[in-house]
Design a protein around this ligand. Sequence first.
Ligand code: 2AM
Length: 183
Amino acid sequence: MPDNSQTQARVFFALWPQAKSRQALHKLALAIQPQCKGRVMIADNLHLTLLFLGEVERACLPQLIKAADQVSAASFHFRLEKLAFWRHNRIAYAAPAVDVPSLTQLAADLRKQLKAAGMLRKSEKFAAHVTLLRNVVQALAPQPITPVIWLADAFVLVESVSTEHGVRYEVLHQWPLNASGGK
Ligand code: 2AM
């Protein structure tokens, strides 16, 4: 495969958990691994994707950042309360048990701003989840978990860099979500 990494970056927007939530999620992943098998995500890589873009020209990153600058939202808390599995991509994930309007709105706003800037070709429907394990062998029944409280006080633009040791995520830009939601 040609190496386009000089000119292209594989990017996505996400929320990154704070230490306490990250540790709780990682602990959960380790606890279920013996039953479902699969590869436990590195704790530092745990995140919730708001919008996956895929490969973009590096030259377009400033434009992307400018578009996301238009998003304005207040910080909010939400709870991850269930563990579930997707068979199509063999992942185990944690997710909210009910829709979180602030989270759905944030993902929708980002999509809207990027679309308006002509930076979005197509994107999948937003499904709030945090991938805990990949290559799951045995999907378990969906189940409630001890709620993991997450404070969303910033969102980030992240580059997914492939290395010989696996994927590394590099934060390219961060947008704080302020207490009031104003700019
Ligand atoms: P996943 O964890 O459910 O695979 C970086 O790959 C992040 O972008 C992951 O959170 C991944 O979700 C998400 N993502 C969404 N759509 C993707 C796609 N088409 N290819 C790769 N990752 C995607």
